[in-house]
Design a protein around this ligand. Sequence first.
Ligand SMILES: [Zn+2]
Ligand SMILES: [Zn+2]
Length: 370
Amino acid sequence: MSMRAAVYHGAGDIRIEDIEVPEPGPGELLLEVRAAGVCGTDASEWDHGPMMFPLSERNEYSGHVGPMVPGHEFGGRVAGRGPGVEGSGVKGFPDGALVACGAGVSCGSCEACRAVLTNFCERYYTVGLQRHGALAQYVAVPAGICLEVGGLGLDDDGAALVQPMSIALHSLRRGRPGPGDRVAVIGVGGVGAFLVYAAARSGARVLAADLDTGRLAVAEALGADVVVAVDRDEPLQAQIADSMGGPAAAVYEVTGSPAVLSAALDLVRPRGRVVAVGLGAETVPVDVRSLTLRELALVGTNAHVFAADFAAAARLVASRSEGWSDVAPMALPLDLLVSEGLEPMAAGRPERIKTLVDPWAARKRPASGR
Ligand SMILES: [Zn+2]
Ligand SMILES: [Zn+2]
C-alpha cells in the first residue's frame, strides 16, 4: 500500500511523493496522521540542512539513512499495531483511537532513562528528525510515546499541538516560577505562545514581549497580563522593565538573540532564573560578574520528558475552552507545505504562529482549534 508523503532530499528539495506505508515494528503503532505541525527546526533543515536528518550517514539508533519524511509534532488515529501492542482497548490504542505522539524515542534502560531524564537518553532520537515522521498520511511510532487524547476533548488538530506544548511546559518548569511570580516571555512564536499559556495557567503573572503586535494580541488571549510591543531601535531591557512592575522571577528567552539574552539577565530579580529556550547560532557573551553577585541561574532546556511533561501538556491544550484557532488557524495540504509553510518561516515571516499540515487535505482548510 502506498501513501502521499513529503520527502526531504536536501536543502530546498522537498518532494511530494508516493511511498510505501510504513510497517509498525515490535511495540509500535501505525497512525493515520490527521494533522502535523511544522516548526523552526523543519524550516532550517529545509533552508540550509541537513543538520539533523540522517540523509547520508545512518543514524545509529533509529537505523535510518537516506531521504527523510519530516514531521515531529503530530497526532493521529490508530490504524494498526506491531507485535507486542495490545489492541483490546483495555491497555488503550484500539483502532481509530486519537493519540498524540511525543516523538522523542528513548531506550528505557540507560542511566538517564532510569533517572526519568529520557531527553538525555544515550540512544535518543526523534521521529521526524532521525526517522520517517508525520508529514505523510501514515507514520509508525513506538506506542510507549503515544498518549490517547480523545477522552480529554482534543480533536485531530488539537492532538498535533500537544508535542509543542510539552516542549513549552518542559521549559516553563526549568524556570521554576511559583504562583503569583512575575515571568517574562520574550518572543511569542511557536514555542513562546504555548509557554505564555502554560505560565499563565500555572498562576504566574506573565509579561509577553515581541516585535509583532498581532502575536501580542494572541499572547493576551493566551493569558499574558502585560504585553510589550518591542521597538527595535530602543534598548530592550528598559522597554520591558518599564512595563513589568518589578523584576521577574524567571525570564524566558525564546528568540535566540544574544542581545535578548543579556537583557533577560538584567530583568530577573536576585536568585532569579533565565531560561535560554531560543537556539541561536552565535556564541553569547554573558556578564558572569552580575550572574555571580546576584546569584542568578542561567539554564537550558532540551526537548521534553514524556513521562513527566506529556500528559500535563495534553491537559493544558485541552483546557483552553476557546480552542487554538488564533495560534493555529489552518492546515495546509502537503502541496503547500513548502510555499506557504517552510519558505515563509525560513525567511523569518511566518504567516501564523503554528502551521499545521493535513496530509489528507486537497486544499487549505481551517483548523478546528481544539
Ligand atoms: Zn518542533
Ligand atoms: Zn536511554
